[in-house]
Design a protein around this ligand. Sequence first.
Ligand code: SAH
Length: 666
Amino acid sequence: MPDFAYARHRMVERQLAGRGIADARVLGAMGEVPREAFVSEGMEEFAYEDSPLPIEAGQTISQPYIVGLMVEAAAVRPGERVLEIGAGSGYAAAVMSRIAADVYAIERHEPLTRLAQGRLDKLGYHNIHLKTGDGSGGWPDAAPFDAIVAAAGGPTVPERLTSQLAIGGRLVMPVGDEQRHQRLLKLTRLSEAEFKQEDLGEVFFVPLIGEHGWTEDDRRSPSEPRSFREPQRPDTISELIARATEPLPDFEDPAFGYLFDRFAGAKVVLLGESSHGASEFYRARAAITKRLIDRHGFRIVAVEADWPDAAHFDRYVRDLPPPKHDEPPFRRFPAWMWRNTDVESFIEDLREWNLARPEQDRAGFYGLDLYNLSASIRAVLDYLDRVDPEAAGIARTRYGCLTPWAKEPQAYGRMALSRGYRDCEEGVVKTLTEMLQKRRQYARADGAAFLDAEGNARLVKNAEAYYRAMYYGSAESWNLRDTHMFETLCSLLDAGGPNAKAIVWAHNSHIGDASKTEMGLERDELNIGQLCRERFGRDACLIGFGTHTGTVACADDWDEPMQVKRVTPSLPDSYERLAHDSGVGRFMLDLRDGVHDPLRHRLLAPRLERFIGVIYRPETERWSHYAACSIPQQFDAYVWFDETTAVTPLLSETRSGGEETYPFGL
Ligand code: SAH
């Protein structure tokens, strides 16, 4: 059972007070109302996440911060009468009922009203008057109100509502031309006829559907005088992006690499990706990496892959004999990540570049990831398949969600209920320990230069703790993994001497500074990008990659076959959509301080960013793959491909001649 009281306390501290909500009454009320009682069944675990959540009838319960912001803006005071339009789960009404004397709340979906009433009764919140109906015209019989809060967005502020405000009353409502994209407006009634209007910023609410809002069917706005519409902005963010971006030439064009020369002074350049399966990301990183190696003295390429597997590629590019143990590299799920045509051609190019140089000047290819992530997952699944197939099914889903972003609420609900899962821990850890011992023997027999006794000891220590934490899918497992990657990177740099420079290839979730996203702010998760910034300051350069649509190589679940899926066009309230709307097909955007400041400033406020790992679940995309982030704070630059294509995995059948080509043959 999650510790809800603690989660609620953290939510108040971080999501509310930490973001500037200062009204003690609001903080107190939100610290009191149990939000877990208002989410759908099975979603309780996510009740204090920093995001809206889906509820019944296709509606949402607002993000806690938005509820706090609206109630604070409405300046609800003891003794007052408040109207809420769009009661939904009943949560916001419950919060306001802890401050005001009476809350009147209207919801158009009867099943939601019924559920909300049940919750409020159970909690004994008796000063809320709830009814089903169209609230866009207010609740004239109960007017006037000291505050009116609308939790759904309309094209205008209906006059019917403003007329129900008491003198001195406040109305807070999302208003916008688009159905799901609004500005949060606050109107204060100064006198019978005078109103003061304030704009509280950009928001994304579900539409207000009704006589004085949007019509349900054709989604056009009814003809209502648009008295309180905001003035048009001179430039949209997308127009500013279009002006600031530098278009990317072909991957083979040397000009591609030039664009990144400005970052070459760094000691570590980290290159991200927003999925593990798009060809453009690999080719762009290859082009940048080759340039940094050829012109700027970088000699370490360190990637998000298992150490022993990457060692095969390393031996090949440096023309050393293959490692002694015979397990061929990158055969396990998700093999397409490193066994694909783009990686193959990069490895061939690197080998060719190296062969023209003396041994000590050659560039190496290393795996940073926790030894041996995919093998360890494999071992757990094999074991559970044998002893407890139900637990195996849960483990598959759990591993499929092994990113800090992936939220699969229904699946998590199921997991929480299964005792079998917990009962298996001992067997799982034993299986993993045995596997680890076997790998240690390999490493000893191998005796590779870098895998010295100390490094090996660290691997074992980190891996054991990791396996245990990973089994429960906690933040701790993420942190152990990224700390391990960072330690491995540092030891590679140390081994390369004081002037050593490295390029890292890993997912955006590892590279974008976690301290600037909900990962760090909400869940205490750190990552390699953040650790590099802390250690190297401006000598760390973090570059994120993104896309709007196209195809991606991925799987439904851990260990399932690779598929090529269509990437759903990006959501309207995402960074990706802003980039898409710039109309520039492929670009690099320099996000460093002082370069494009007006744009950077406009991009700072958090928005959604998409994260696709090896698992892609378009059906639950908003919850499984998007998180609120601040791209200019996460990254020093952003590379964009509006449309991307799935990587082509290497299969032996597709290779002509039948000759096995080390290290890519089967
Ligand atoms: N305050 C809610 C948020 C609900 S989302 C909470 O804390 O959970 C907005 C709600 O507005 C939806 O449930 C939607 O059904 C409702 N809604 C939309 N148009 C409405 C209208 N004209 N009258 C009443 N409710 C409406």
